[in-house]
Structures are given as C-alpha cells and as structure tokens.
Design a protein around this ligand. Structure first.
Ligand code: ATP
Ligand code: SF4
Ligand code: MG
Length: 455
C-alpha cells in the first residue's frame, strides 16, 4: 500500500543548515496536500471487507509489514519509521530495543493508530492483527446461554436496583434467560476471529480493537490516568464501553477483581482513590489492571518499568509475565533496557534510526549478535566481572532524521565499515531460520562472509 508521494522529498536537497522562506513555504504546501489526503483516507467510510485480510502465518497475532510512519514538519518529512517489518507470534513476547529516538514508540503508536495527526501519519505498509471480536447477528452480539443438565434453558427472576423482584401487570415475576458469565461475572457472547489491516482501518473502526483487544501500558502512568476521575471510574469505563449490556455493578466487580489480580492490597480503597493518591508502582499496577479489563490479545508495553525503582521493576515484570501466560496473550515490549529484554523477550527486534537492523530470537541477539550496532549495544552493558574504569560507548550520532542518507545509517559510527558500505543501504540478510541482519558484512556472497568473520 503506497499512500504517499512527496515531491519535495525526492532528489537530494542541498546539504545546508538552514531553509529559505521559499523552501519552507514549498514544504508546507506539499505537506498540507499529503496530510489532507491521508486524513481524508482515515475518515472515509469503508465496508469491513476493505480492511479485512489474512495473516501470512496463522501462528502470529500481529504482522507489521513494511511500515512507514512519517511526521510532516516545517523542516521536512521526518521518516520516524522507515520500512519496518516484524511479527508477534501468539503467546510470545517480542522486545523492541534501540536508542532514544530510533522509532520504537512511533512503531507502537502506529499499531494503536495513535500517531498525533495531522503531522504524524502512517504513509505505507500493512499492520495485520488477528482480532477476536463479538459475532453479530442483526447488528447485535449473540449471547452464550446457560442450560441445565438436560440442556434446557435456565430462567432467573429480574430484580430492580433495590433487589426487589420485578413483576408484570398480573403480578407474575418477570423472568430472563440466564447468560453464561466468565470467572469475574462478565457476560459472555459468541466470538469470531477476523484479521484486520490496522493501517487501512477507518479511525472510527479502531474502537473495536483499541483498549479491548490491544491494550497499551505507558512509561509514566500519571500522564495516562485522568487526574479528575477516581481509579474505579476509569477502570469501570473499559467494561462499560466494551462489554454489551454490562451494568455498573458488574463493571465494579470486574474492576475490583482486576485490582486484586495485579496485587493491589486494598482494592476497594484504591478503587475509590484518585491517581495522585497512589505511588508510582501502584499507578503502574492500575494501568496494567486497566489494560487487562478488556481481556486483550496483545499488550503493548512502552517502557513499562523505566519510571520505577529496581525492586518494583522486577515485580511489575513478574506481573506482566504471569498475566501473559494467564490470558495466553502476546506482549510487544518496548524498552532501551537490555536487561528487561533479556528477562522477558522470546524474540528481539533491534531498531536504528527508524529501521530494523537486526532481529532474531533473544538467544541469537544476546549470544550471537551480528550487526556492529547490536555488538556495540552488548558491549556497552555494564558488567561486574570486567575490570575496567569506563564503559564502552558507540561514538558519533544518528544522522539527521529529515535528510537520511541512502547508504547504511550506521556508517559514520561503524568500525567494521567496508568499501561496499559506501553503496546502497544494506538489504536484510537471513543468517539463520529466525535471525536477520541488515549489514553488508553478511551479504550473501563469499567476500562478505570473509569480512564478517574478520569483524
Ligand atoms: N510529534 C512529532 N513530530 C516530529 N517528529 C517526531 C514527533 N514524535 C516523534 N518524532 C520523531 O520520531 C522519531 C522517533 O521517535 P520515538 O518517540 O519513536 O523514539 P523512541 O525510540 O521511542 O525513543 P525513546 O527511547 O526516547 O522513547 C524521533 O526522531 C522523533 O524526533
Ligand atoms: S553495512 Fe557497513 S557501515 Fe553499515 S553496519 Fe554493516 S559494516 Fe557497518
Ligand atoms: Mg519512546
């Protein structure tokens, strides 16, 4: 899917450090045109068939395919995510690592379709997500009924708010058929699996996924919780919004259960508290409880432990791990902390300046890193057994995001640089069935193999 072509972006611009008024106006004009078109595309009404698709591999829950997410700024187009592809298998934890500004959050915000428009836009690529949604009949979800041992329906008396039995005009009690409920008392409906391309979904349709099927946990929970509502209010809202026919009492019961599940000692009290009355660790637990309210298939955790101290960090990671197993969900874990990745992830994606430069299983990335940047990252980890006064650092900076070169972005910082590195940006090369690297040292020719061995 190609949604965008920016003429101002084609061809190399003069490499100077300022833009003339004329250039700024030309950029703004071109940007406005593209932004308007993309915003219109997001607002369009589209039949479901237009954004329904198939997974390439049915074992995956998320497939990000050649994703390009750009910011249209007055200085030019920032290609924050520039052709990123990776998969999240069902039940697995995939970690995204990379230094500040490499596009980790923009990738996760693209999956949630939360990029700040009109400047931030997905301009190309596919984001396939295997959703489990309510099966509809005549536009309504189909309840799963409870039957007795003979397969006969069970009926209950309908009660009002005070607990009194409601009666019809003849004085007979009103009856309703009993619906199956989950372990927290939430009503159950028939579900069906469908694959949606999030990149093509009209924004209005995203409520079907956001918060319920894909939940997000942010770095600083205080900025994600609303300071003027109680925790209970904010938790209940998830159930009231997403479960058809849920009552306030049912929502409260579920919220208290979720607070219990995330290890909050006095859930009733926390339920009535405001966010500022809780500690950072408690707020992060509340965020996780909120993420769990909707029974998500995928949890995106963007630096979930960065704002917490080490002991609380370990507790939160334990909690996330336990919950993932409980709901057989998947986690996309974003962090710059290699320790967190080593502890949690099954697969690791390493990003650099908006691109993936290496991906593989956690063991491949930690024990057999191939890209000079990943090797540098590993070397820069502090260890107790090394007898050294200073930490290893990778010299140099990331290139200017507005004018990315067409050769390897890491070249200016790379000590293994070869003649070939002065050519085109390197292709992804497969070095094992699960391990990929974008570096000329591993190009599939004999020369490269020798170079890689030397390196
Ligand atoms: N609203 C915006 N306008 C312009 N550029 C932006 C905007 N938001 C992000 N960017 C750019 O997108 C790039 C990627 O940002 P992103 O937030 O994804 O980084 P990150 O990898 O999450 O970093 P960190 O580890 O610091 O959170 C950066 O170069 C940033 O400058
Ligand atoms: S392609 Fe060349 S410059 Fe880039 S990381 Fe590999 S060796 Fe270094
Ligand atoms: Mg970030």
């Amino acid at each position: 899917m190609k949604l965008f072509k920016n003429k101002a972006d084609d061809g190399a611009k003069e490499k100077k450090h300022y833009l003339s008024g004329k250039e700024i106006r030309a950029i703004a004009k071109e940007n406005n045109k593209v932004m308007r078109r993309l915003e219109k595309y997001k607002r369009r009404k589209a039949p479901e068939a237009e954004f329904t698709t198939e997974m390439k591999d049915p074992a995956n829950i998320l497939e990000v395919d050649d994703l390009h997410s750009y910011f249209f700024t007055d200085q030019g187009v920032v290609k924050a995510v520039n052709g990123v592809s990776f998969n999240v298998p069902q039940g697995a934890t995939v970690g995204i690592v990379g230094e500040s500004g490499c596009g980790k959050s923009v990738t996760s915000m693209s999956v949630m379709r939360l990029l700040q428009g009109p400047q931030g836009q997905i301009v190309e690529g596919n984001i396939r997500f295997k959703s489990l949604d309510y099966k509809l009949e005549g536009g309504k979800p189909i309840p799963i009924w409870e039957n007795d041992e003979n397969g006969e329906p069970i009926y209950d008396e309908v009660k009002d708010k005070k607990g009194e039995v409601k009666r019809d005009k003849d004085g007979e009690p009103l009856l309703e058929r009993r619906q199956k409920r989950d372990e927290y008392g939430t009503k159950l409906y028939e579900m069906e699996e469908k694959v949606f391309d999030i990149a093509k979904m009209p924004t209005k349709e995203m409520h079907r996924l956001r918060g319920r099927q894909i939940a997000m946990i942010f770095q600083e929970p205080m900025t994600s919780l609303n300071p003027v509502f109680t925790i209970g209010n904010q938790l209940d809202e998830v159930t009231l919004l997403h479960v058809p026919g849920a009552t306030k009492e049912e929502a409260k019961k579920r919220s208290i259960e979720m607070l219990n599940l995330v290890g909050i000692a006095m859930p009733e009290r926390v339920y009535k508290s405001y966010p500022h009355e809780l500690s950072g660790g408690m707020r992060q637990r509340v965020m996780i409880a909120m993420a769990l309210e909707g029974d998500p298939r995928l949890i995106i955790a963007d630096e979930p432990t960065t704002a917490l101290d080490v002991t609380i960090q370990a507790q939160i990671l334990d909690l996330l791990r336990g919950l993932k197993n409980r709901i057989n969900g998947s986690i996309l874990l974003i962090t710059h902390d290699l320790g967190v990745i080593a502890e949690m992830a099954d697969y690791v994606v390493v990003m650099y300046a908006g691109r993936i430069i290496e991906k593989g299983t956690a063991s491949e990335i930690f024990h057999d890193p191939r890209h000079p940047y990943t090797i540098g990252l590993q070397k820069s980890k502090p260890t107790m057994d090394k007898n050294s006064d200073s930490l290893f650092n990778i010299p140099g900076n990331v290139p200017n995001p507005v004018n990315m070169p067409n050769y390897c972005y890491f070249r200016e910082r790379c000590s293994g640089c070869k003649e070939k590195c002065y050519g085109d940006y390197p292709e992804m090369v497969q070095v094992s069935p699960t391990h990929w690297v974008a570096c000329h040292l591993y190009a599939p020719d004999e020369d490269a193999k020798e170079n890689a061995d030397e390196y």
